[in-house]
Design a protein around this ligand. Sequence first.
Ligand code: PEP
Length: 253
Amino acid sequence: MTGPSTLLALNWKMNKTPSEAAAWARELLASLPALPAGTALAIMAPAIDLPALQTALTGSSVQYGAQDVSAHASGAYTGETSTAMLQDVGARFAVVGHSERREYHAESSAVVAAKTRAAMAAGVVPIVCVGEGLAVREQGEHVNYTLDQLRDSLDGVTLTDPASLVVAYEPVWAIGTGKTATALDAEELCAAIRTALTGLLGDAGAQVQVLYGGSVKGGNIAEICGQPNVNGALVGGAALEVQSVLDMVNALA
Ligand code: PEP
């Protein structure tokens, strides 16, 4: 089996109206070079932007997804977005368990696991986020904490196709702060996650793409993604400007 390829996943967070999303996508496609072999680019957009991205990106190499997904198929869940709704607009991915959802929406790892199972069952690829806060890092407990969170966030998940799941290691202290884990810090956790995935999910777990996220940009992406167990990046701040995305794509070439 070949190893995982590289995924550059852009997390727009709560930025860009549908009109802005469409204009941004057109601007990107006008100057996007051919992606390096084995590299995929995907935009994680607000759900309301997805139809605009479907119109702008269909036929291109750029993929897209949502920043969250419901664990429920349909019904009385006000404000939520189902897997079927995402698939209807061509969304391939859904971020689940982002630290901002865990913090501001009190999402437990049990909820994250339910969303992960729902997404995988429907054929939407979840990008499951895990990672420690600063206090845990300073206590030296970051590996244990992150692997416990990973196990709980994948509770009940079974895996046959490694491409049906992505995991992102995102140390909370590095998100949106300009503080980046060193490439070796990223590698330490991504390698530990890969070993844990193999234990939790069997041989297919070893082939799951493991991303790093936390203040990634053009100047550091090549070194971070050059680590043996880092299969790409989940990017927030540097995902908002077309030029900074092009800088990252070019750095990966
Ligand atoms: C994120 O939101 O997942 C993220 C990694 O943000 P930033 O790149 O801004 O740190």
